[in-house]
Design a protein around this ligand. Structure first.
Ligand SMILES: Nc1nc2c(ncn2[C@@H]2O[C@H](COP(=O)(O)OP(=O)(O)O)[C@@H](O)[C@H]2O)c(=O)[nH]1
Ligand SMILES: [Mg+2]
Length: 196
């Protein structure tokens, strides 16, 4: 269904970001001998997000670029510093865009409103730093969680038909007049009106 620049059906490959690693760190400071664990958390991996845009009418941008990758979360570090979240990626699509599973062809979601945002591929969670794992029996845990990996998935983006009904006829067949009397639409009509 690709004719020239009117594209209404396209397969895209989307990858969310990895979560950052939690940090294993023991607090060290002059005069403080046993500072305890202070490794911070990894940041969340970036999401891939669909966003409705009323100024778009086709999926033509995805004809040229089909692979999208969100950013990875930063690793945690000392002093309980959390890593930065990975950068989210936004795919702007026309209203009426449907997202389908490539295998089952099932509709996963639909974008109908301007500015509407839906996360399609979630970024991996960041790992927790070692200070979370301090316990009465283990004051200096030397482990932290790794981040969760991002996911890669293919999807179909499809634009619903732009019109439900069409009027076909030669010029002056009476299309506009018909539309004006059977609906509340106000099409441009010839100035000369129908005379009995
Ligand atoms: N006699 C007659 N004239 C019509 C009828 N419907 C439309 N017209 C006239 O035909 C001309 C063209 O109509 P219009 O609706 O603009 O046609 P469109 O360009 O095909 O949409 C106008 O002058 C209308 O007044 C009809 O049922 N009977
Ligand atoms: Mg007309």
């Amino acid at each position: 269904m690709t004719e020239g620049n009117f594209v209404d059906y396209v397969k895209v490959f989307l990858t969310s970001g990895n979560g950052g690693k939690g940090s294993v760190h023991l607090h060290r400071e002059k005069y403080i001998t046993k500072g305890g664990p202070d490794g911070g958390d990894g940041g969340r991996g970036g999401h891939v997000i669909l966003r409705g845009n009323q100024n778009l009418w086709t999926l033509v941008t995805f004809k040229y670029k089909k692979h999208f990758k969100a950013g990875h979360g930063g690793h945690g570090s000392k002093s309980r510093s959390s890593g930065a979240d990975g950068e989210d990626i936004y795919l702007d699509v026309p209203l009426g865009t449907i997202l389908r599973d490539t295998e089952s062809n099932e509709i996963i979601l639909e974008i109908t409103e301007h500015g509407e945002e839906k996360i399609i591929v979630e970024g991996g969670m960041g790992g927790r730093g070692n200070w979370h794992f301090k316990s009465p029996t283990n004051q200096t845990p030397r482990y932290a969680q790794p981040g969760v990996e991002g996911q890669e998935n293919a999807f179909i983006l499809e634009l619903k038909v732009l019109a439900d009904v069409g009027l076909v006829g030669f010029p002056n067949a009476g299309k506009s007049t018909l539309l004006s009397v059977i609906t509340s639409a106000k099409p441009k009509l010839p100035t000369m009106s129908l005379q009995p």
